[in-house]
Design a protein around this ligand. Sequence first.
Ligand SMILES: [Mg+2]
Length: 337
Amino acid sequence: MSRFRGCLIGALVGDCFGKPFEETGKTTIESVKKFVDNVEAEKSKKNAKILHYTDDTEMRLSVEASLLKHKGFDAQDMAKRFAKEYFASKIYRNYGGHVTKIFSDWSSKHLEDVFLPARQQFNGAGSYGNGGGMRIAPAALFMYNENSQKLKELTDKITQLTHTHNLGILGAYLQAQAIHLVLNTTESPFPTERFLDKLIETMIYYEEEAFGKSYSQKHQKLKVIKEFLDEPDVDKRKIIHKLGNNVTALGSVPTSIYSFLRALSDIDGLKERNAFERTVIYAISLGGDTDTIATMAGAIAGAYWGEEAIPITWQQNCEGLALTQKHASSLYEYANK
Ligand SMILES: [Mg+2]
């Protein structure tokens, strides 16, 4: 239960803390730490400002509500919830322009095939953004006791409502599979080597299925992560260059996985922080699409370290905490019944 809740609360915290840094171009460990210090100090004040979440969390909450309501995937219901939340929200949630076009299509006419607007995007190529990965954590919890093929099928469906390019789908699956593996890992210290080998093995399998043998190079980024973890301190520019910090699935999911693994050991400037805190601060410090990278990294870290590792002051400063906790508990009940 602690790890189910840790996963979703970790995702929430990553999104809310990452939001103020999105594409600001000035992120360092120092600047993120200063922000976190302020958040922690704020909480003790009466009129503390709440940190709002973005599209990552808004869509994740809809995924959870829909999965729980229907005890599985219901395309019409999930699409309806995505669009309803988007149009009802009074707060600016930083949605990408393309996805909002899909919401409009869903709302303006009844579609038998709700996947159609997503398939038509980018001249029929579909999006390979990280919008699938950013909201996929609940799928990994929902499929906690199921095999990776079942998880793959559910991830594909949830993602394809908005992202139909193979890279977008595979990126979401990589994130889901990472959470699934971590959630099922009880050893300490964390078995990094085995975790990465398992991820590489599954990614090669699904990449070949999607692209054919000659084009299946995408798991290479997981091998880069292995190399980086062997070096004492990898330059931030090198990480961004090799793994990415952008809005594509391939340019952000590996970075979230790396952030979790990097934060298993000490990081300069974060000596007094635990591994969960290090993960989120480090992920944000890499800059770029900070809310999404931190939400994905936070979900993985929370699934391993559990709810107790996430400081109460961090949790209580985030909008959407109560609903996130409720969904996590319900998913736990569902997956373990
Ligand atoms: Mg966002």
